[in-house]
Write a protein that binds this ligand. Structure first.
Ligand code: ACO
Length: 323
């Protein structure tokens, strides 16, 4: 059977690093509160000349270099983002143009923090359905542009950045020993809209709006939702937490990551944590965490890797893949 295997990975971060202490004096908060409640120590914040498209392009170029490919080898770009450069056209198409790519097709995917998990699952279906052979799957965000910088309960949590994977069709045996995407489980439920949303949009206010979140409510649902979709991928494949080499969760809050790993019985040393460095970069968080763990030599070819994310909507999902 056809499998979608990872061929390359890359990332890009804005030049400017904002430390927790930099918020002191802006809003009533402290490095200690932020670090204790979230695990975040710093985040990257985009300058005016750094956008979702420019960060996405840089991550895509890095992933292509890592794969030893050029834009001519790609037939589809799927960009996960909630902070597009424009309401339309899709920022994926802008990235396509920036790459000098005038063939194939590109589109954006909007599932907030679950965006990358949705995007890689979608790309896998295009590959297995025969509509694409090589796909750039990008998560890129500039959440700093939709934050209320006077709201201490949200502005300290998010950061900007981008990560990208090149995935390609390869022949597999149809067993869990194959490289590539082995299983995915996606969910959403709009009943939770008011707990995490942006209070503007083209069809309502005609403005971009700002992020609003009832953090405690999101937290309450997160662990149960994350573990449910992960367990669905376990039952589909017969894989268990003991079989995993790496758990690469969405990087929103260290306490959510720890509680999810504990509930699933995943050993602490298998958990990739980058929330301390990047904050919550929404759809970019999983590919950014993956690129850190690949670059430092932890994730290697053949390793069994579990991805998960949960975010606005609510949306949530998990993907099991062999690197
Ligand atoms: N500095 C100091 N105090 C603060 C800050 C801050 N930055 N922010 C909030 N507080 C205060 C609150 O006002 C509150 O004070 P009060 O008790 O006087 O009312 C107190 O700290 C405790 O607030 P809680 O919200 O209960 O704090 P909690 O321990 O729940 O931590 C947090 C808040 C970090 C937001 C947590 O709830 C969380 O991580 N939630 C989940 C967020 C998440 O995972 N989002 C993922 C999806 S994101 C996406 O999809 C875009």
């Amino acid at each position: 059977m056809i499998r979608s295997i990872v061929r390359g990975i890359g990332s890009a971060l804005p030049r400017r690093i904002m430390k927790n202490a930099d918020f002191e004096g802006m809003v009533e908060t402290s490095d200690e509160w932020i670090a204790q409640r979230t695990g975040i120590r710093q985040r990257h914040i985009a300058a005016d000349d750094e956008t979702t498209a420019s960060l996405g392009e840089a991550a895509a170029r890095a992933a292509l270099d890592n794969a030893g490919l050029t834009p001519a080898d790609i037939d589809l770009i799927v960009l996960a983002t909630s902070t597009p450069n424009n309401t339309f056209p899709a920022t994926a198409v802008e990235i396509q143009n920036r790459l000098g790519m005038h063939h194939g097709f590109a589109f954006d995917m909007q599932a907030v923090c679950s965006g990358f998990v949705y995007a890689i699952t979608t790309a896998d279906l295009y590959i297995r359905g025969g509509l694409a052979k090589r796909v750039l799957v990008i998560g890129a965000e500039t959440f700093s542009r939709i934050l209320d910088w006077n709201d201490r309960s949200t502005c300290v949590l998010f950061g900007d950045g981008a990560g990208a994977l090149v995935i390609e069709a390869a022949e597999g045996e149809g067993t869990i020993a194959d490289r590539g995407i082995l299983a995915a489980s996606l969910r959403s439920d709009g009943v939770h809209k008011d707990k995490l949303y942006v209070d503007g949009g083209p069809s309502t206010t005609g403005t971009v709006g700002m992020l609003r979140m009832e953090g405690r409510e999101v937290f309450k649902h997160a662990v149960g939702m994350i573990t449910d979709v992960i367990e669905a991928t376990y039952s589909e494949t017969g894989i268990t937490s003991d079989d995993l080499d790496w758990f690469v969760p969405h990087q929103a809050n260290k306490r959510i990551i720890d509680a999810s790993a504990k509930k699933l019985g995943i050993a602490e040393e298998k958990v990739v944590v980058t929330v301390n460095l990047h904050g919550n970069t929404s759809a970019a968080s999983v590919p950014l965490a993956l690129s850190v763990a690949v670059a430092d030599g932890r994730i290697k070819k053949g390793d069994l890797v579990l991805l998960e994310a949960m975010g606005g909507g609510f949306t949530w999902g998990a993907v099991l893949l062999r690197w």
